[in-house]
Ligand binder design. Structure first.
Ligand code: KG4
Ligand code: ZN
Length: 345
């Protein structure tokens, strides 16, 4: 039963995990940087890469000691090497290469977004029927995939502007709430009226599997602060003047618009792929409104346990197990690949 040490540092979490046999999570350590970035209401790349440097060795040590394994017991070192912030990626990729080289173990590079999908397999033995539609909804990604197998993952749709998690974070900033915005909007939405404001549902062309969330975000801004150019003062009437109930209603209406769009695109994708199931991953898959809506799809939906929805290294170690079994290893010159290189490529 192969034992894989996984490393994650694509954005603002430094994480390491030990996973046996692709699903048995022996340790899963995540050092979150959320507090460092909170006052900027978003991730500051330079701060993120510095924090990764400080965190990587303690996190690795903790993951290995919690799992009671040494480097000798490990069959491969896995790392999410794309896509992400370059300074952040480089820390994890360099650590993984160094450990693999020093211990004479194979290196396995995985795609962070594919790993988000694989997180449904952690602590779970019942694999989703395939072909499946994969949906990754996070702070950096909103993407649809055709998943023929864990080795055959094809992108079929993506956001043309903001990621859905990014829209949650920006709307939270507009409403004067904290960062990250997803959990707090989700909580407020529970007690709000989703029909209070009819926010736009941008579906693009009739058969499009792409997403757009920037119009929705702007609609929330105008709803809360007024429309510029109509003599309305965008500064006055801001979130401070929203009553608690108004705030909950705006949160619920925004969430309803996001969930509606995601579900409509999922239905299109299920038909397009001839899918037997839907696999959902990424930070926004923790969202209660989305999880409820997924139960009403025509095919079963697989969603990871809450702790594996956000960035972690167990998902990378798990996916690397499949690659390891297939002999898909990486050379020691494995590159870190950023978001923009990824989009161009
Ligand atoms: O997957 P993740 O940890 O990092 C990226 O790869 O981006 O996702 C973080 C994102 C943030 O935008 C956060 O606001 C969002 O996931 N998020 C949520 C919820 N929990 C986290 N969005 C909506 N509802 C939630 N319950
Ligand atoms: Zn992620």
């Amino acid at each position: 039963m192969p034992t894989i040490l996984g490393i994650e540092s694509t954005c603002d979490e430094t994480a390491a995990a030990v996973v046996v046999d692709g699903h048995d999570v022996r340790s899963d350590v995540v050092a979150s940087q959320a507090e460092l970035h909170a006052k900027y209401r978003g991730v500051v790349p330079e701060i993120a890469s510095r924090a990764h440097i400080e965190n990587i060795l303690p996190v690795l040590r903790e993951a290995m000691s919690e799992a009671s394994v040494g480097l000798d017991d490990v069959d491969a070192v896995a790392v999410a090497h794309r896509p992400g912030l370059i300074g952040s990626l480089l820390i994890g990729v360099t650590a993984a290469k160094t450990l693999a080289w020093a211990a004479g173990k194979p290196l396995v590079g995985v795609d962070h977004v594919h790993a988000h999908l694989y997180s449904v397999m952690l602590e779970h033995n019942d694999p989703p029927p395939m072909p499946a539609v994969g949906l990754v909804v996070s702070g950096g990604h909103t993407a649809l995939y055709r998943v023929g197998s864990w080795l055959d993952v094809e992108l079929i749709g993506t956001t043309i502007d903001d990621a859905v998690g990014e829209a949650y974070d920006k709307v939270a900033a507009i409403l004067g709430l904290g960062y990250p915005g997803g959990p707090v909007i989700d909580r407020l939405a529970r007690d709000g009226d989703p029909r209070a404001v009819n926010f736009p549902r941008t579906l693009l062309a009739r058969d499009s599997l792409d997403f757009s969330f920037s119009g929705l975000k702007t609609a929330v801004l105008y709803n809360v602060r007024g429309v510029p150019g109509r003599g309305e003062d965008v500064k006055a009437g801001g979130p401070a003047q929203l009553s608690e109930q108004n705030l909950r209603d705006v949160a619920a209406s925004f969430q309803a618009a996001c969930v509606d769009v995601i579900v409509k695109k999922l239905r299109r994708a299920i038909e397009h792929v001839g899918a037997k199931s839907v696999i959902v991953g990424g930070g926004v898959s923790a969202n209660r409104g989305l999880r409820d809506a997924l139960t009403r799809l025509p095919v079963p939906a697989f969603v990871p346990p809450l702790k594996y929805c956000t960035d972690n290294a167990a998902m990378s170690a798990g996916l690397a197990h499949v690659y390891h079994r297939a002999g898909r290893f990486s050379a020691l010159d494995l590159d870190a690949i950023t978001y923009s290189q990824f989009r161009e490529g």
